[in-house]
Design a protein around this ligand. Structure first.
Ligand SMILES: Nc1ncnc2c1ncn2[C@@H]1O[C@H](COP(=O)(O)OP(=O)(O)O)[C@@H](O)[C@H]1O
Ligand SMILES: [Mg+2]
Length: 309
């Protein structure tokens, strides 16, 4: 599949702070790519560079086949951007905002009206059409913002933390819309701090931390690459804890929480074996939790070094 976004060696510093220290990735057409990273890791900076709002200090990028450095105008024509901070004009109604956008895209008047009506309907904004945007809820404004980017029928859409601060219902609606767009062949570049969102929407995820992409892959690949599955055994006193620790291989006791952490894939066989060995110690009073690694673990593992610095 051809690339909708191809980035290599992208660099950016603000003063002596290196924000992007050479990042590479490729997003095939018609797929969703999530750039995942903690606050301040450079997600918005990446979006701003790729959407031609600010320049980079090095590296190359092409969007929808257009080179960012030599054809920024063509890039702008192919993309839509919904920023972390909304482009909605508060002093206009939802409908007026959309019509203004249609005018900016030089749509003929009739077509602009038609497209506006269609988008108001699609984004559940019909009731808000005649209301000032300033009186709309956060979720409605976010939807309006996305509807405005769709006026120009972009093939590549950048969504910078599209659901941060949204209530669960608006968040679901946003996810639904993203899936619909991708089904229609649009490419989505999404930034998020929310792991479940990346897991839910993205075909591929890249984790940005300390200026580098510290991991790239499908959600499953990222989860599989992580050895973190374990069983926690919880005891009632220290002597039980230590007795069990001696009986089980690789077990790490924590005297404070009276918990024993035993690496395990959580399968029935491994659990049976574990319980058999525990049985032989004669300890009766214990409980057990199975912990399979999820994206949360991946994220914490990949970003914990940075946080400790
Ligand atoms: N215009 C700017 N001038 C100076 N520093 C900036 C500017 N924009 C962003 N930064 C810094 O770059 C880093 C990355 O910011 P940003 O891309 O907004 O992160 P994210 O979107 O992942 O939260 C932060 O440390 C931020 O303070
Ligand atoms: Mg940001």
């Amino acid at each position: 599949m051809p690339s909708a976004i191809a980035v290599s060696g992208l660099r950016k510093s603000f003063g002596d702070k290196v924000v992007l220290d050479g990042i590479d990735f490729d997003v095939p057409e018609g797929t969703t790519f999530a750039l995942l990273g903690p606050n301040g890791s450079g997600k918005t900076t990446t979006v701003q560079i790729l959407s031609t709002l600010i320049g980079s200090d090095g590296g190359r990028a092409s969007i929808a086949g257009h080179d960012l450095a030599t054809a920024p105008q063509a890039v702008r024509g192919a993309i839509g951007v919904t920023g972390q901070f909304s482009a909605v004009d508060n002093l206009l109604t939802a409908e007026e905002n959309l019509i203004l956008m249609a005018d900016l895209h030089h749509l003929p008047r009739g077509e602009g009206r038609r497209r506006t009506a269609e988008l108001l309907d699609r984004f559940d904004l019909v009731d808000a059409a005649k209301r000032l945007a300033s009186t709309c809820s956060g979720g409605m404004r976010r939807r309006l913002d996305l509807a405005m980017t769709l006026i120009g029928r972009p093939r590549v859409i950048f969504l910078d933390e599209p659901t941060t601060g949204l209530d669960p219902r608006s968040r679901r609606l946003m996810w639904h819309t993203v899936r619909e767009l991708v089904a229609g062949g649009v490419t989505i570049f999404l930034t998020t701090q929310q792991l479940d969102e990346a897991d839910e929407l993205a075909d591929r995820i890249a984790v940005l931390n300390g200026g580098k992409l510290v991991a790239t892959g499908t959600p499953d690949e990222l989860k599989r690459g992580l050895p973190g599955g374990h069983v926690r055994l919880l005891f009632h006193d220290k002597s039980d804890l230590n007795r069990a620790a001696q009986a089980l291989q690789n077990a790490k006791p924590d005297e404070e929480t009276l918990a024993l952490r035993v690496p395990s894939d959580g399968g029935v066989r491994a659990l049976r074996d574990l319980l058999d060995r525990l049985d032989k110690t004669g300890i009766e009073n214990a409980s057990l939790e199975v912990h399979t690694p999820d994206l949360e673990d991946v994220f914490h593992k990949l970003t914990e070094k940075e946080a400790a610095r």
